[in-house]
Design a binder for this molecule. Structure first.
Ligand code: SF4
Length: 734
């Protein structure tokens, strides 16, 4: 921290909007955040930050930000109340609900930004465990749960997540990811653009499988696949590897079991047999399989695009299976595992957080993943009577009305609750339905540590940050709010029984104290002085730009990390064999909905929460559907005209952007638009809620992780009018 005599100072911190966790320097003038700039001294991001990170100043100082507790009046307005009044009333009403209906009548939805706080998710889960409720919902079921589910099936642990060794690979196959815009997901590599170009510069290749010629696909080699056909493509790649004897038999024998089942699963799926489904020429698939298997060091990596189809867990499984059979798992330049200073997998398992399928939803019989249930069924869990019906719902850092399928259904369900509390920066499209809106701090007003991402850094790394400014207004950290509510209903918000027992004798542990204990007793810890070079929070904090813990990830760690008995990767889970059979029986074609909808990431959006930042909305940004010119011509749609996009579940209208970057038959629409909350600029920007086109019917969800089907939805389009670019395109429900 550098203080200047004029009341201005610079404070080192890091961005917590997305996974690169770029180093930032905050300028604070007289206690107020005035500027954020990239931290040139950060060892990994080295002066990089994207527009969202810089624009966080706008969010932080937003005049629409909630800075005081708000309570809904009899007249339906939100009015300012004191923290004491809000917390006392919430505690009383919650206590009553718990007494009458049980702890399992209380639910919680935590949005994506919550995962970037080291304390928020632990306190939410601890609170629900303390009251005895399984109703924990997060944004994961809209973007990542099946990655964890696949790991549970493959490795016996949902937290064991392979990441590509970007700095040493010769061949990177990317399926359904656009890291030049997303900057990486389930992967922390702040200079990922440079990393990808470096692969090519050293003679390697980067191949991108995507229905859209995304920014990443444009920069490297592109395989244009039909939406929601990744499973077929991966089955065919495996079929060629086996059929042509390209597998690494030694690695397979050493690392895995169940190879015969996998061979059988793919045997009929030669590229010629799947060509129609994938839209990729059989010869191209054959060559890709040969090149991948023949590369000295290769890694297969897939993300959100590969997760949101009808068979996402199967796709995640097949991505890793390709790494195994080509001998690229757990080796330099391949798909490797992090070795973090806190063994989060071990800790989570011990306190019951690392679960998969340990509870199932009342509606739809869908499994939990990491204790989190599919948010797509949350509305029905509220409206369906019976034991375990949700009567009180907390929503923190989340906007499920815009992020889960069928937001209209959820909005209606929220009105049936006995109590709804939102903890947020804004009166969002979801928070506007709450009985109370409680002001949360931004990440710049809280201390932090990248706990969930420690094992996802391609270069092992740790950084501690203090808050750079005091909370604005009366904002409080989420864990503090949870603790205050917990006290009012007589529980201690901890998942670990030992901590709940300690609370009974008056000792409530803080997040910082808990983290320090985990760090000091972890594999990289100082064991309270017994290990001289070990870590503790103080030591990390003395290096404000963070500490690089090793130059590279270590290879050969799989045997000590895998949780299956026999220490082998399981290539024959019955769930996956069944899912492959389900895939074979699927027929996605519908004559009345001949096109397919996919999503996309925009550089200046982050899900639904950054559309109120002027810096990001400059230039009259609008919400637009990317439509292939041939598909547009077929319905008389012009560039800039309004297109009506209909699915079997709903319809929206928005502006059309004609482009051949999407494959013919594919329409791409970004999510997170169509605001109706108390954020004025976001509302003014217009657009439509694309998730109105998705189904929340449990039968339409992916069965192994309960994830929403958001990529590949059958749709049709119609030209509404030949209007020029307009912001009036709006959501219409059917
Ligand atoms: S890529 Fe942008 S939003 Fe993501 S962490 Fe870096 S600066 Fe923040």
């Amino acid at each position: 921290m550098a203080d200047r005599s004029n009341g201005s100072s610079e404070r080192v911190t890091y961005c917590r909007i997305c996974e690169p966790l770029c180093g930032m320097v905050a300028t604070v003038d007289d206690g107020r955040l005035t500027k954020l700039r990239p931290d040139a001294e950060h060892p990994l991001s080295k002066g990089f930050a994207c527009p969202k990170g810089i624009a966080m100043t706008d969010v932080h100082n937003d005049p629409d930000r909630v800075l005081h507790p708000l309570k809904r009046t009899e007249a339906g307005e939100l009015e300012r109340v004191s923290w004491e009044e809000a917390l006392d009333d919430i505690g009383t009403r919650l206590g009553r609900i718990r007494e009458r209906r049980g702890g399992d009548a209380i639910g919680w939805y935590m949005g994506n930004p919550g995962a970037f706080s080291y304390s928020h998710p632990l306190w939410v889960k601890g609170f629900l465990d303390a009251v005895g409720s399984p109703h924990y919902y997060t944004a994961s079921a809209q973007d990542v749960s099946n990655r964890f589910a696949a790991s549970a099936l493959l490795y016996g642990s949902p937290f064991l997540l392979p990441i590509p060794d970007l700095s040493r690979t010769d061949f990177l196959l990317i399926v359904g990811a656009n890291p030049l815009v997303s900057h990486g997901s389930v992967l922390t590599a702040p200079r990922i653009k440079d990393d990808l170009h470096a692969i090519v510069a050293r003679g390697g290749r980067v191949v991108v499988v995507d229905p859209r010629r995304s920014e990443t696909a444009s920069a490297f080699e592109h395989v244009a696949v039909h939406p929601d056909s990744d499973a077929w493509l991966l089955l065919s790649l495996l079929q060629v590897v086996f059929d042509e004897g390209l597998e690494d038999a030694e690695a397979i024998a050493r690392q895995s079991r169940g190879i015969d089942s996998l061979r059988e699963m793919v045997a009929e799926q030669a590229p010629e047999a799947t060509e129609q489904r994938t839209g990729v020429a059989a010869s191209e698939v054959r060559q890709l399989a040969r090149d991948l298997a023949g590369a000295e060091r290769a890694a297969v990596y897939g993300r959100t695009g590969s997760c949101l189809g009808r068979n996402g867990t199967l796709v995640s499984f097949l991505l890793d299976a390709l790494n195994v059979v080509t001998g690229n798992l757990d080796r330099e330049g391949g798909a490797m595992f992090g070795d973090p200073p806190i063994d989060f997998d071990d800790v989570a398992r011990k306190i019951g957080l690392g679960t998969y399928g340990s509870v199932r939803t009342r509606i739809g019989d869908l499994p939990d993943v990491l204790g989190q249930l599919p948010a797509s069924v949350m509305a029905k869990e509220i409206t369906t009577p019976g034991e375990g019906q949700i009567r009180a719902l907390f929503v923190s850092a989340g906007n499920p009305v815009l992020s889960v399928p069928n937001g209209d259904e959820l909005e209606a369900a929220l009105g049936e609750l006995d109590l709804m509390v939102a903890i947020d920066l804004y009166v969002s499209d979801t928070a506007r339905h709450a009985d109370y809106v409680l002001p949360a701090t931004t990440f710049l007003e809280r201390e932090d540590f990248p706990l969930p991402f420690l094992g996802l850094h391609t270069t092992p790394f740790a950084q501690w940050t203090e808050p750079v400014v005091e909370p604005a207004g009366e904002a409080r950290q989420e864990w503090e709010i949870i603790d205050a509510i917990s006290r009012r209903i007589g529980v201690a918000p901890y998942s670990a029984r030992a901590l709940r027992n300690l609370a009974r004798v008056g000792v409530r542990i803080s997040p910082k104290r808990l983290l320090d204990i985990l760090l000091r007793t972890g594999p990289g810890g100082d064991l309270f002085g017994l290990r001289r070079r070990g870590l503790n929070i103080g030591k990390i904090a003395r290096n404000p730009h963070g500490i690089v813990l090793a130059e590279h990830l270590a290879a050969g760690v799989l045997p000590k990390k895998i949780r299956h008995r026999g220490k082998r990767v399981r290539l024959d889970p019955p769930e996956i064999v069944e899912e492959a059979a389900r895939l074979a029986a699927q027929n996605g074609r519908r004559a009345d909905f001949p096109l397919r909808l996919i999503g996309l990431r925009e550089l200046r959006s982050h899900n639904s929460w950054m559309h109120n930042a002027p810096l990001l909305m400059r230039g009259g940004r609008t919400h637009a559907a990317r439509v292939h010119p041939d598909d547009a011509a077929a319905v008389g749609l012009e560039d800039g005209g309004v297109v009506r996009v209909s699915s079997p579940h709903g319809a929206i209208e928005l502006e059309a952007l004609l482009t051949d970057e999407v494959k013919r038959g594919t329409v791409a629409v970004p999510h997170g638009w169509g605001h109706r909350g108390g954020w004025r600029l976001a509302v003014k920007a217009g657009g439509a809620n694309v998730n109105q086109l998705a189904s929340s019917n449990p039968d339409d969800l992916e069965p192994l992780a309960g994830m929403a089907f958001l990529n590949g939805i059958p749709i049709r389009i119609e030209a509404v009018a030949a209007r020029t670019r307009s912001r009036e395109a709006a959501a219409v429900s059917s």
